[in-house]
Design a binder for this molecule. Structure first.
Ligand code: SF4
Length: 322
């Protein structure tokens, strides 16, 4: 990582206290994000990967303060996002935007594409009405749509085109940093690569920095420079793409990689298959959170929590056996 990353996340925690079923009950806490650290260099893509329920989307929303973190810091370009008051945060939002998983549910079906793309400019009071109109035309072209499509409604576009509109909306205030929260998982496979290629092209042209959330190791391998694997609110392995895919260390990452389809018979035979689901973050297992599903678990794993350690230069893993 560079000395001055664009984004630095330090010991971020997001815990939710559930409402009590009766006044004398002990309040239950969901440890959705539980002390995670990472940095992203300007112009790079950092992937957060894991199964559904591992805390990756809550991490992304916490970084943007769309969900309020419990503690920790998120420094974007020398500004600690967690320390901003409501007004300052509103102004700062132009620097950090998000593309959601399901383009259709993230847009107003009664607004035109032009109105949707223009909405952040109106909220952030950027430019005159004419400048906003011109900017929408520019953005439509930038994402591969035609300026005259500004007057169409979301249902008149295909899924891939709707995601292009969401990307254009995210780009409208000219941000440095964009969170891509499973941006292709709701799309057909053929369309997925078009949207991924669009994100890669825009990153090069505009020097964008992405936090890319995905459950799909193949997608992460295609697009990310650095990757962290999350399990039950914690990072269990973190490395650059080459190191992670060439020399995977953690049994959970190995299992995720085994789930990627391959025609290599030898790899199929070595594959580790994950049994069961991610345990509840309300009452996580003792010791290593992964021990109930880990094929290599030992007695020590049930009692002691492994720390995330640097086991190779810039390659971190949390496992007693590494
Ligand atoms: Fe598996 Fe033990 Fe390593 Fe956890 S610490 S991943 S249970 S071997």
């Amino acid at each position: 990582m560079s000395a001055q990353p664009l984004l630095k996340v330090d010991n971020l925690k997001t815990h939710f206290t559930l409402s009590k079923p009766h006044p004398f009950a002990t309040p239950q806490v969901v440890y959705a994000v539980d002390g995670i650290n990472f940095e992203i260099e300007r112009g790079k893509t950092f992937g957060l990967v894991g199964e559904s329920g591992c805390g990756k989307s809550t991490t992304a929303l916490s970084v943007l303060r769309l969900v309020e973190p419990t503690s920790g810091s998120v420094v974007l370009k020398d500004t600690d996002v967690c320390q901003l008051n409501r007004k300052e945060l509103q102004r700062f939002r132009g620097n950090m935007q998000i593309v959601f998983q399901d383009p259709y549910s993230s847009m107003n079906p009664r607004a035109t594409a032009g109105e949707i793309i223009r909405s952040p400019l109106k909220i952030l009071k950027i430019g005159t009405a004419q400048e906003q109109h011109d900017r929408v035309g520019e953005l439509l072209k930038l994402v591969g749509l035609r300026p005259e499509q500004r007057n169409l409604f979301p249902h008149q576009f295909s899924g891939g085109q709707r995601q292009r509109i969401c990307v254009a909306r995210a780009l409208a205030p000219n941000p440095d940093f964009i969170v891509c929260d499973e941006p292709v998982s709701a799309l057909d496979v053929a369309i997925q690569s078009q949207i991924l290629n669009l994100l890669v092209r825009l990153q090069k042209e505009l020097n964008l920095t992405y936090l890319f959330i995905s459950h799909d190791m193949a997608v992460v391998q295609h697009i990310c420079d650095d990757i962290a694997v999350m399990y039950l609110g914690k990072i269990v392995e973190k490395a650059d793409r080459r190191s992670l895919f060439m020399d995977v260390k953690h049994p959970y990452t190995q299992a995720l990689l085994s789930a990627v389809p391959t025609i290599d018979v030898e790899l199929q035979q070595k594959a580790t298959h994950l049994e069961g689901d991610v345990p509840s973050p309300i009452d996580p297992p003792s010791g290593c959170y992964f021990h109930p599903r880990c094929p290599r678990a030992e007695a020590r794993c049930v009692k002691e929590e492994p720390l995330l350690r640097e086991i190779l230069p810039n390659h971190w893993a949390a496992c007693h056996l590494i």
